[in-house]
Design a protein around this ligand. Structure first.
Ligand code: DX5
Ligand code: ZN
Length: 216
């Protein structure tokens, strides 16, 4: 399977969002990555439902929402009605992760588990079979434009081995500091989905930057 590029709209131009949505629609990107931050789980506030719905109206590709919020259970239904197809919640925030994943799926979405850089891959062994994808954070969540944490390659490799040992088809998404230099090794280590904010929207030619990321 070829790699899916998911541009992170956190780095888009919110003064002219339509233009950036159009760019993603016309590009080789596979998904729109939407970062939802509440200023509590992470030290930053991003955007909420009005923006998600505005993007959903124009997007011609699946929406992948990454919840960096406390109490995500409270909002699952609203994300489903807003048009989100892939929804990830943080391992560090969910006391009853199995139940949360079941709820996400029962709302018709694909369920993802996101892990912070300090969370070991091994902790996911009993939940892997219930997740459609794992989102591996390769920076501390909260901001775009941070530097990639090198130990992520090893974590992805471990997860890939755990997934194949259990005979699963769980996808691995990597998020934070992804660029055309580290993308090939990330895919080689076992990543299926690459999220990219700054390396796409900070580039003079974002559409070409997406093409380059996908050219592994
Ligand atoms: C960080 C977010 C990322 C971020 C990625 O908390 O989860 O999705 O927008 O941006 P870059 O690619 O610039 O690190
Ligand atoms: Zn994200």
């Amino acid at each position: 399977m070829s790699v899916i590029i998911a541009p992170s709209m956190l780095s888009a131009n919110f003064g002219n969002l339509d233009k950036d949505i159009e760019m993603v629609n016309n590009s080789q990107a596979g998904w729109f990555h939407l970062d939802i931050m509440d200023g509590v789980f992470v030290p930053n506030i991003s955007y909420g439902f009005p923006v998600v719905k505005a993007i959903a109206k124009k997007a011609k590709k699946p929406l992948d929402a990454h919840l960096m919020i406390v109490n995500p259970d409270k909002y699952l239904k609203e994300f489903a009605s807003a048009g989100v197809e892939y929804l990830s919640v943080h391992y560090e925030e969910c006391k009853h992760l199995h139940r949360t994943l079941q709820n996400i799926k029962s709302l018709g979405m694909k369920a993802g588990v996101a892990i912070n850089p300090h969370t070991p891959a091994e902790l996911l062994s009993d939940i892997l079979q219930y997740a459609n994808f794992i989102l591996v954070m390769s920076v501390n969540p909260g901001f775009g434009g941070q530097s990639f944490i090198e130990s992520t390659y090893g974590k992805i490799e471990k997860l890939r081995n755990m997934i194949s040992k259990q005979g699963l088809d769980t996808l691995i998404e990597v998020d934070g500091g992804v660029n055309k230099e580290n993308a090939p090794l990330l895919v080689k280590s076992g990543a299926n989905i690459l999220v990219a904010g700054n390396s796409v929207f900070g580039s003079p030619n974002p559409e070409f930057a997406i093409t380059e990321l996908g050219r592994i």
